[in-house]
Design a protein around this ligand. Structure first.
Ligand code: SAM
Ligand code: SF4
Ligand code: SF4
Length: 333
């Protein structure tokens, strides 16, 4: 039986945050002045064990879950992540198991992750220019490390996409460079409108470049874009093909929200289910898992959470009062 929420949206995708820690401090996600040595990350004992994550996923598979995405924080900081993938794969041969990573630790872990059953990879990369990359990520790391990981993923034939958050006057002059670098290699780049997630990134509409503006700039340089038919209704990115036949995507949470078909739930590293990226509270499932709850108990809890879901934050954002929201590094982006 497929689970549907108040607006008849099924639960098809689960984003799983495996850690709230990260080895970068992207200005738009974990600004260093907030995520410094005084920041209290989750204590180890609060973080779900792999077996606990698998129990949640197994409870959702009979209700239509088709995809999980391992994320964070930086998921590759979680020790032996391939072991989680192996357990998830053992639960279901058909489950789509994806990861979103900044790519810095990917090259050395890729063999194990792939052999364990990873289906696809999304690598976040905001610029090819060292200075811009390091400024946006507030990091000393070299973008060449990420490029090597990209080469390796592609060499193994693992489906790969790139995520680029676009911030006005910071990296919006890099868009063409990204397309011209990855387009000929058949690697789709998805440009993400800078979002008002969490409360620490000092978000302001003036920092957003809309998908529409990005497309018109791209068309000036690269010719007309052709809009593709969506593969799944719930896909977050609108995909276009350039005149050269390269795929690019736009995630327009600010100017073109897609709540109507949103089929995603999130599981935080400490076992709270969030029914929206912009939610201000989650629903505890760790308690059920750790108090000897049966699989039926977990199923019943998840069903009741999803059935009550009404979230449409991106569509309603301008009319909603400002409220405290959880950070993306905690809830899983
Ligand atoms: N650390 C991993 C990474 O960066 O790929 C996974 C977690 S990160 C929170 C997931 C995605 O969220 C990344 O592609 C990142 O660029 C995006 N993201 C984070 N903060 C954002 C914001 N304020 N607006 C838009 N996208 C954001
Ligand atoms: Fe870390 Fe990813 Fe957030 Fe950047 S976007 S700070 S890499 S969790
Ligand atoms: Fe889904 Fe919430 Fe994003 Fe709307 S704002 S698309 S409901 S996660």
């Amino acid at each position: 039986m497929v689970l549907e929420d108040v607006h008849d949206r099924p639960l098809l995708d689960l984003l799983i945050s495996v850690t709230d820690r990260c080895n970068m401090r992207c200005r738009y996600c974990m600004p260093r002045e907030h995520f410094d040595e005084n920041h209290e990350f989750l204590p180890k004992e609060d973080i779900l064990r792999f077996e606990e994550i698998v129990r949640v996923v197994e409870a959702l598979i009979p209700h239509g879950l088709r995809k999980v995405r391992l994320t964070g924080g930086e998921p590759l900081l979680r020790r032996d992540l391939h072991e989680l993938i192996r357990q998830l794969r053992a639960s279901s041969a058909d489950l789509d198991i994806a990861i979103t990573t900044n790519g810095l630790l990917l090259k050395r872990q890729l063999t194990k992750l792939h052999e364990a059953g990873l289906s696809r990879v999304t690598i976040s990369l905001d610029s090819l220019k060292k200075e811009v990359y390091q400024r946006m990520g507030d990091t000393d790391a070299e973008p060449s490390i990420v490029l090597e990981a990209i080469d390796e993923v592609q060499a193994r034939g693992i489906p790969l996409k790139i995520n680029t958050v676009v911030k006005k006057n910071v990296n919006d002059d890099q868009i063409i460079d990204m397309i011209e670098t990855f387009g000929p290699r058949q690697i789709p780049v998805r440009f993400i409108e800078y979002m008002d997630v969490g409360t620490t990134n000092n978000w302001n509409l003036d920092h957003v470049v809309s998908g529409k503006v990005m497309r018109s700039r791209i068309e000036k340089e690269l010719g007309a874009l052709q809009s593709d038919q969506a593969i799944h209704k719930s896909d977050v990115a609108k995909v276009y093909t350039t005149a050269d036949g390269w795929k690019i995507g736009f995630i327009e949470s600010i100017t073109n929200p897609f709540c109507g078909d949103c089929s995603r739930a999130r599981l935080s590293a400490n076992g709270n289910i969030y029914t929206c990226l912009f939610a201000n509270h989650g629903h505890d499932v760790r308690g059920i898992l750790r108090m000897g709850g049966t699989s039926d108990d977990i199923k019943t809890a998840l069903q009741s959470i999803w059935k009550r879901r009404k979230d449409r934050y991106s569509e309603e954002r301008s009319s909603l009062p400002t409220k405290s929201k959880v950070e993306m590094s905690y809830i899983g982006g």
